[in-house]
Design a binder for this molecule. Structure first.
Ligand SMILES: CC(C)(COP(=O)(O)OP(=O)(O)OC[C@H]1O[C@@H](n2cnc3c(N)ncnc32)[C@H](O)[C@@H]1OP(=O)(O)O)[C@@H](O)C(=O)NCCC(=O)NCCS
Length: 336
């Protein structure tokens, strides 16, 4: 039995900064409302012509992670790509990354677990390394939200929250048992699938049918729907539950956490969890203020920034936790 560790991290966000004031020019919203409810000050949006796509941003983050892992792209045995906003309906972004990185026929798979996508992808990568099947796995979370949001009054409670960006990690077989990813914990509850969802275009909601059924365009299923308060309530329960589950599995307690990186759903959710677990400010890392909620990219972007700022050191207990559409949720307990 082997163990995996994170050998390299990278992130990328588009240059184009969109402030709350910028959004208030498109819809009836304002900086005070957005900051009070979400903590978000600004986010990044892909700008037409800047060349970014979900796969392209993923590649930019991946190149940094590969360099920091001190491996060659040809050492990568598997690509796992997490996104809810792929460039194409099919194939997934994983194969686009394989092509763009010019890696010779390595397998690539896409994970569809929305805000929990990175934790699910990390867990998949970890299992392949644990069994000994692969040595180096590239895990990417990337989102192009701005390409699919409703920037009119109708979509304002959703569109102010989300931003674009990508993060990546190289997972490598660890030579030291006890160091690296100690465990991952995954859950889902499909009965709440529609509470945070995007119905189409899909095989049930195909484009010509959508147009035929909605000639006035007033009930458009190809923008995300979110039952905000229901999501909020479930998120705070599941986040703390799955963090405790991971700690217990490893004989750890909340006081042992050196750094918690929660999925950047909403600053109020992170603060609620921090308070519930009685964690100090330097035990939790948040950067949603700058980037909004970047779904599958939020944990790897935050993890990369925390590491770059020297907030994660060798031997630290790092906890990743996420909750999102599905509902799906999960955690990863890491000894750095
Ligand atoms: C989305 C969220 C910020 C909305 O906050 P809320 O306090 O629940 O707000 P509500 O939806 O009840 O709306 C309150 C009022 O603000 C208005 N409003 C909604 N969006 C607005 C915006 N962008 N700007 C200004 N006003 C807005 C509503 O129309 C409503 O007005 P009304 O009282 O006159 O009807 C909050 O529910 C939330 O953060 N949920 C979790 C979302 C999340 O984390 N999603 C990702 C999951 S991984």
């Amino acid at each position: 039995m082997y163990q995996s560790k994170i050998a390299g991290l990278g992130s990328y966000v588009p240059e184009n900064v969109v402030t709350n004031d910028d959004l208030s020019k498109l819809m009836d919203t304002n900086d005070a409302w957005i900051q009070e409810r979400t903590g978000i000050k600004e986010r990044r949006h892909i700008k037409k012509g800047d060349g970014n796509t979900t796969a392209v941003m993923g590649v930019k983050a991946a190149k940094i992670a590969i360099e920091r892992a001190k491996i060659s792209k040809d050492d990568i045995d598997l690509i796992v790509f997490a996104t809810l906003s792929p460039d194409l309906y099919f194939p997934g972004c994983g194969v686009q990354v394989q092509e763009m990185l010019d890696i010779n026929t390595c397998p690539a798979l896409d994970v569809r677990n929305q805000c929990s996508g990175f934790i699910y992808a990390l867990s998949v990568a970890d299992q392949f390394i644990k069994t000994g099947m692969y040595k180096n796995v590239l895990v990417i979370g990337s989102e192009n939200h701005s390409g699919g949001l409703d920037f009119t009054n109708r979509g304002r409670s959703v569109s102010v929250i989300f931003g674009d960006g990508a993060g990546a990690a190289v997972l490598t077989r660890s030579n030291h048992i006890g160091q690296g990813i100690l465990s991952t914990h995954l859950h889902s509850e499909g009965k709440h699938a529609m509470e945070l969802s995007l119905k189409g275009p899909s095989t049930l909601h195909w484009v010509p049918e959508i147009i035929a059924e909605n000639p006035q365009g007033d009930d458009i299923p190809y923008y995300p729907y979110m039952n905000g308060q229901f999501v909020f309530k479930n998120a705070i329960e599941r986040f703390s539950e799955v963090i405790h589950e991971g700690l217990k599995e490893n004989g750890l307690e909340v006081k042992d956490i050196n750094m918690l990186i929660p999925h950047q759903a909403n600053l109020r959710i992170s603060q609620f969890i921090q308070k519930k677990l009685k964690l100090s400010d330097d035990q939790v890392f948040n950067n949603i203020q700058k980037y909004g909620n970047t779904t599958a990219a939020s944990i790897p972007i935050a993890l990369t920034e925390a590491w770059e700022q020297g907030k994660i050191k060798d031997g630290d207990v790092v906890v990743l936790a996420a909750f999102g559409s599905g509902f799906t949720w999960g955690s990863a307990i890491i000894e750095w």
